[in-house]
Design a binder for this molecule. Sequence first.
Ligand SMILES: NC(=O)CCC(=O)C(=O)O
Length: 273
Amino acid sequence: MLVFNVGICQLGVVADKQSNICKARSMIAEAADQGSRLVVLPEMFNCPYQSELFSQYAEIYPEGPTIAMLAECAEKHKVIVVGGSIPERDEVGNIYNTCFIFNEQGKLIGRHRKVHLFDVDIKGGTVFQESKTLVAGSSMTLVDTSLGKIGVAICYDVRFPELARTMVLQGAEILVYPGAFGPVTGPAHWELLMRARAVDNQVYVIGAAPALNAAAEYKSYGHSIIVDPWARVLALANEVETVITSKIDFRTLNRVREELPLLRHRKPEVYRV
Ligand SMILES: NC(=O)CCC(=O)C(=O)O
């Protein structure tokens, strides 16, 4: 499909898992009512973004109320749902930061386990250690959909341009990043990184964040964003709970790649370390 709408549900995550699920359900409906064919949720949308809580909110595929809600909403509204992320427990008890992706029939078509865990200690700023409770994923996630090929990665994964480039070289036309930047790196880097991945790779980029919850321990920067292959910002939220939408038009992607053929001008033989 050449032209269609996409939507982001920038929901305010609270401690009550059931409330988060209900909120996601109604915001997916709202995005679908506004004409979105692809709906994206934020990182860790069913639980507060705190390492010590991930185990308590985790679900094992295909069980679990969050996973069931995503599948139901995709089928009911006939949309592709990129289900942000939730803590996922595997059969041996490891927990991952995982995005489940469902097609319009409510069928699971992809699952991305965050590859780069957010372990940082920014002096005077953010201290976070996902690896205290999470295990990293080890593969790239590209899904074939009725709208085209979509690459999915999660938040801190956006800082690794090699991942984006590899997905694009394998045909991704849209890169989707559920995320949750904080108040320190958010203003400095969130929009910059989303636009950088778009201009580097001449793709659409979608970054979906939770709304700011002033009572939460980890405060999301919000600012969900949709960027086109020329790095133009098509839609940008502030920090409050909202649904944002925009049109995606693959004729723009084709024109940008034709006029400025970056991907064809690459010289990988020069870039070896
Ligand atoms: N949830 C995350 O991965 C946060 C990443 C982040 O804030 C960053 O600056 O990178």
